[in-house]
Design a binder for this molecule. Structure first.
Ligand code: GAL
Length: 419
């Protein structure tokens, strides 16, 4: 091609873009997230595709590490150095802390135009707002209190998928006797706490959970139920394998997928891994509420906080991203891959599997019954400083054979006072 023809064809492309309005609006959004496992990456690519379809550029800022601890550390240093991304995966009370710093953008324009107040559960929209203005867009609702099991492994062991903690340990003994690792676990503090909060909910119930882990009530933390929770939690460790320390959660899920392990206590992002591996729910794997928690629901809502930007085209791209996140088509595609359910109300769930349908039903039912509780392990319940302190105690207890449940209880009560 000659230079002249090349120039002309470039001009033609530019003219077409201007006519379609894309060139004038095209911006870039840099998005910080920690979705790097198989299922997570598939879901994240749906978000990227949605944004690119609007003519914008997606700049991926992925920081590996389940639960997002590493991502949050990197985010802090970027914001402090005056180089915020356009959007970052920030959740729960953490959103309020970032908003207080004055670095988040008000996205009420999009929220009003797209009627977010009408299509979001109030428990979610309240968290997405700071002083009445939207500062973040919610993506999904993950249920944390799930148990994932491999039916083949259970059959081989002659075990029954448990519904309470006694049955859990009975099944674990049978799996062990059959040479199968009973519980797939990754020893990282957010994974330890994911197990701990399901034990707390199953042993103590929703009211106990709220008092002890959300209100951080000293009397409840120091009481007999918490002692039982700690003892039950530590007992689970005896059914994990010696390679658990430091293992990523998706590798633990892979052990259940392959039948090396019988079960895993994990939120439904684990389902994203089973699906990405081509497995069918109800056949290759089963989902049941974590022991004793069928009538409760620990929620974890992923959301993207929007940072203040100067460049007008990038602000437009950021607003388009916020609108896209809440659009029904995206809510469907993303959540089918992620293992979660749409956060947007009134969605048709025909394409979703039975685990998702049960989650959607239980989300509504438990909200009515006052047994819908926020996940501590996933940043939904308490401010980050207290969350970090109580997570540290729980992991220290898990990892220290010599520490008694009573010692852990005393330390937990002290950590709960962290401001
Ligand atoms: C959670 C997050 C989920 C999932 C998980 C593991 O905190 O909300 O979306 O990705 O971490 O990385």
């Amino acid at each position: 091609m000659t230079n002249r023809v090349l120039t002309l064809s470039r001009l033609a492309v530019a003219a077409a873009l201007v006519t379609s309005g894309l060139a004038a609006q095209a911006g870039e959004v840099e998005v910080l997230h920690w979705w790097t496992s198989g299922g997570e990456a598939k879901a994240a690519s749906a978000l990227k595709a949605t944004l690119q379809a609007k003519g914008h550029t997606w700049k991926d800022f992925a920081v590996a590490g389940g639960g997002g601890d590493s991502a949050m550390t990197v985010l802090k240093s970027r914001v402090v150095s005056g180089n915020s991304p356009a959007a970052a995966q920030i959740k729960g009370p953490g959103l309020q802390e970032w908003a207080k710093e004055g670095v988040l953008a008000n996205i009420d324009g999009v929220a009003k135009a797209e009627k977010w107040d009408a299509v979001l559960p109030k428990v979610v929209s309240d968290v997405m707002k700071y002083k009445g203005n939207y500062i973040a867009a919610p993506v999904n609702v993950h249920r944390v209190n799930w148990l994932w099991a491999n039916p083949e492994a259970f059959k081989k062991a002659g075990a029954k998928v448990p519904t309470n903690w006694d049955e859990f340990f009975a099944a674990a003994d049978k799996l062990k006797a059959a040479g199968i690792i009973p519980v797939a676990h990754g020893g990282q503090n957010w994974q330890d706490f994911t197990t701990f909060e399901s034990v707390a909910l199953g042993v103590g119930g929703a009211d106990f959970y709220k008092k002890a882990l959300v209100q951080l009530d000293a009397g409840t933390i120091n009481g007999p139920v918490m002692l039982k929770v700690l003892e039950t939690f530590k007992k689970v460790k005896g059914y994990t394998d010696k390679n658990a320390p430091g293992r990523d959660w998706n590798l633990a899920t892979a052990m259940v997928i392959k039948g090396e392990a019988g079960m895993q206590l994990m939120g439904d992002w684990a389902k994203g891994e089973f699906i990405a591996a081509g497995k069918t729910p109800g056949k290759d794997f089963v989902c049941v509420a974590a022991p004793g928690t069928a009538k409760s629901f620990t929620f974890n809502v992923d959301s993207f906080a929007m940072f203040k930007l100067k460049n007008e085209a990038n602000v437009k791209a950021q607003n388009d991203l916020a609108a896209a996140i809440m659009a029904p088509e995206f809510q469907e595609t993303f959540n089918l891959n992620k293992g979660s359910i749409p956060v947007r109300l009134g969605m048709n769930l025909d394409k979703f599997d039975d685990c998702a349908k049960l989650s959607a039903k239980d989300f509504v039912d438990t909200a009515k019954a006052n047994s819908l509780v926020p996940s501590v392990a996933h940043g939904m319940a308490v401010p980050p400083a207290a969350e970090g302190a109580i997570k540290d105690v729980v992991s220290q207890f898990w990892n220290t054979d010599a520490m008694s449940a009573k010692d852990a209880q005393v330390k937990l009560a002290a950590a709960a006072k962290t401001k």
